[in-house]
Write a protein that binds this ligand. Structure first.
Ligand code: ZN
Length: 267
């Protein structure tokens, strides 16, 4: 049945797109989200191997993931470090939206921090270079937006962050990569340790309008303006799905926040 196939495909797309967000602030939503991103829809079901029954000599399949701590670990940066507000844009770069945000920031003469995904950086190195050239800061956001990264073995975490750093450095040689942000904000203490070993400072946020969930621009504006104070770190997305509403919201938010608090570099 054709319409049915189409519907299933559309549903799959929606799941994939929403799963890429940063459901960090709202624990209820955060718990509801991960299954979509954690298990790629494309993973085929294992072929029916002719194993008669589980034998005692079968090696354990995969190391168990550590649980996500109920509370965020200590030591995360959740403020801008000054009275001004810091803007952060996650999941890019994306050729549809990153240039738009860069143009808006340029027009307002302010800078932001871009939390880039390694795979995207490798794909769009010229956008990473432009981010740096225009004076913005860089943040490592993992290789492929693995919301479970912090739960994996330390060596895997390290390899993922290093691979992402390499892609960023290939695109923008010599540019400092100051920060690391765990996808979905699902931090673990182990991950903080690895980030520190690599010289990356753990960046969380204090204002999350949940723009990854595609609310209308006016809702994004309202959420940001009601939650922002001096020293806030605002989380938004310039990739990972349709960001039209985020782009529209920023046209209002960037000048407003600049006037009310000043928009500053993270420190
Ligand atoms: Zn993200």
């Amino acid at each position: 049945m054709r319409p049915r196939t189409l519907l299933a495909f559309a549903l799959g797309l929606v799941l994939l797109v929403t799963g890429c967000g940063d459901p960090g602030k709202n624990p209820g939503k955060a718990a509801a989200q991960p299954s979509a991103s954690a298990a790629p829809a494309s993973t085929p079901t294992p072929s029916p191997s002719p194993k008669p029954r589980p034998s005692r000599t079968t090696p354990p399949p995969k190391p168990k993931l550590r649980p996500v701590p109920k509370k965020l670990p200590a030591g995360l940066h959740r403020g801008s470090g000054s009275p001004g507000v810091a803007l952060t844009f996650d999941d890019g770069p994306d050729p549809r939206y990153t240039p738009q945000i860069l143009a808006q920031l340029r027009a307002a003469r302010v800078t932001a921090t871009f939390c880039v995904v390694g795979r995207q950086a490798k794909r769009y190195p010229q956008l990473v270079a432009q981010i740096v050239r225009e004076g913005h800061q860089l943040c490592n956001h993992s290789w492929h937006h693995d919301v479970d990264l912090g739960r994996r073995p330390l060596a895997e975490i390290r390899a993922d962050l290093e691979r992402t750093n390499r892609a960023i450095r290939a695109a923008a040689p010599g540019a400092p990569i100051t920060w690391f942000r765990q996808p979905g904000g699902r931090w673990t203490a182990e991950e903080l340790t690895v980030a520190r070993q690599l010289g990356l400072r753990p960046l969380h946020w204090s204002v999350d309008p949940q723009d990854w969930d595609h609310p209308p621009a006016k809702t994004i504006i309202k959420r940001v303006e009601s939650a922002t104070h001096h020293g806030s770190v605002v989380l938004m997305h310039d990739a990972g799905g349709d960001r039209t509403q985020t782009m529209a919201a920023c046209r209002r938010l960037i000048p407003d926040l600049k006037r009310r608090y000043g928009i500053v570099r993270l420190r």
